[in-house]
Design a protein around this ligand. Structure first.
Ligand code: 5GP
Ligand code: MG
Length: 175
């Protein structure tokens, strides 16, 4: 396998600044309420960890893992729930936190699955958004950065399991 070349797209400092802003919005929007953050594994783990420490709300955490067939040759939008640590969500405000909204298939699936469980409210927060790739409409409530159609790694996002620990977001140049 040839070596992957990467180039910085969003710096550690830019991410920190933006997360403080989003956390401020979340704190204002959920003032006086408690919030159940639902992190989508694995890509959101660093974003979630930074976000919850900046947000000044009473916090619970849960995780879900999904398998998605991101390959565009398989556009049937099939998503499977692999792991789900959520118990009853009745009476709870849910904020789903994911790394990136690409085709939108994953978040559309989650909208269906989670709204059936009747939470008090359901919102979506993504660090990155690639609007030009969207196949399915999804309502995003908090967006870190809109990016062009590039494959990105770092800050939780991987390529073949690698690069998740990078402090910034990088585009992969030769994959
Ligand atoms: P969807 O196409 O369903 O919106 O996105 C599904 C998942 O594909 C995302 O949660 C993310 O894990 C992965 N994905 C989409 N675009 C990228 C990207 O540019 N880089 C990485 N590492 N993963 C991506
Ligand atoms: Mg993901």
């Amino acid at each position: 396998m040839s070596k992957i070349e990467i180039e910085e797209l969003i710096s550690e400092e830019e991410i920190k600044t933006r997360i403080k802003q989003i956390a401020g919005d979340i704190t204002a929007d959920y003032s006086g309420k408690s919030l159940l953050f639902v992190g989508i594994l694995k890509g959101s783990f660093i974003f979630l960890a930074d976000l919850v420490r900046q947000a000044g709300v009473k916090t619970e955490i849960a995780f879900m893992a999904l398998s998605s067939y991101a390959d565009s040759s398989c556009s049937n939008g099939e998503v499977k729930l692999l792991y789900d640590s959520l118990e009853s969500v009745e009476g709870k405000h849910l904020l789903v936190v994911d790394d990136i909204a690409d085709t939108g298939v994953t978040l559309a699936f989650l909208t269906r699955v989670l709204s059936m469980r009747r939470p008090l409210s359901l919102k979506f927060c993504v660090l990155l958004d690639k609007p030009s790739r969207r196949k399915v409409e999804v309502a995003l409530d908090y967006i870190g950065f809109q990016i062009p159609d590039e494959f990105v790694v770092g800050y939780g996002l991987d390529y073949a399991g690698d690069f998740r620990n990078l402090k910034g977001i990088y585009k992969a140049l030769n994959i």
